[in-house]
Design a protein around this ligand. Sequence first.
Ligand code: GLP
Length: 258
Amino acid sequence: MRVIITGSAEQLAEAGCQIVARQLQQKPHSVLGLATGSTPIMLYQQLVNLHRQGKLSFKDVTSFNLDEYYLLEGTHPQSYRYFMNEYLFNAVDIDLASTHLPACLAGEDPQQSAVGYELAIQAAGGIDLQILGIGANGHIGFNEPGSSLASRTRLKTLTAKTLADNSRMFRPDEYQPDLAMTMGVGTILEAKQIVILASGAQKADAVQHMVLGAVSARCPASALQLHPNVTLIIDEPAAAKLDHADYFRQAERKAQTL
Ligand code: GLP
C-alpha cells in the first residue's frame, strides 16, 4: 500500500485531486467509484475548481457510488444522492444519467437492486478508480466489521457506532435509517485502482489496522492489503498510531527522486 502522509486537510484533498485528475486526463471515459462522508468534500471542491478553470471535464465519466441509505429518496437532504448532486454532480459537466447509486426504494426488492447494481458496474467495464473513506470502526462503504471480505452489493445493518458517528448529519427529529445498500468488500477490491482518504485522530486506530493489522473482517478496510494498487492519503492525526510512519515518509521522498 502506498501511504502519503500530508500536513493538512487541504494537502490531503490536493493529493487525491491530482490522482483523479490524472485518471480523467488519461482516460476521459473513466468509470469512477465515489464516496460520501465529510472526508472527500474538499477533494470534490478541488475537482469542481479544476472544472471551472476549464482544466477537467467529466462529460464522458460514468460513476458508481459506494452506498446509499435504504428507502431514502434522492430528494432527501441526508441521502447520498443529494450529497453527490450537491458537492459534485451539479457543479461539473457529468451527465446525471451516467451517475449511479445503489438506491433501494419502497416497493423495490433489495436483492434485485443489489444484483442490478453489480451488473451495471460490470456492463460499464468495471471501476477504474475507486475513492474511499474509512469509518472509525474500519468500515469501507457500509461494510461493517464482520462483513465477508468477499461480499458483494447488498443491504447491511449499520452498527451502533456508525449510527452514532453519522447522527451528526441528521436533525434530532429526523429519521435516521439503520440499513444501507453498499457495494461489498469483494466489489470494491475489483476496482483497478483505489484511493482511500482518512483525516483526524478518530481514524488513527482504523488506519493502523488497515495498513499493518491482520487481514480480518474485524477491520474490513484491512482487505485493501490484498489489492495491488491502493494509495492511502492521510493527515498527521490519522497517522498518529501508524507504525513505520517514518518509513512511509522516507519511501515517498524516495519516490519523488525516481
Ligand atoms: C459513512 C460512509 C463511508 C465513509 C464514512 C466516513 O459511514 N458510508 O463511505 O467512509 O462514513 O465518513 P467521514 O468521512 O464523514 O468520517
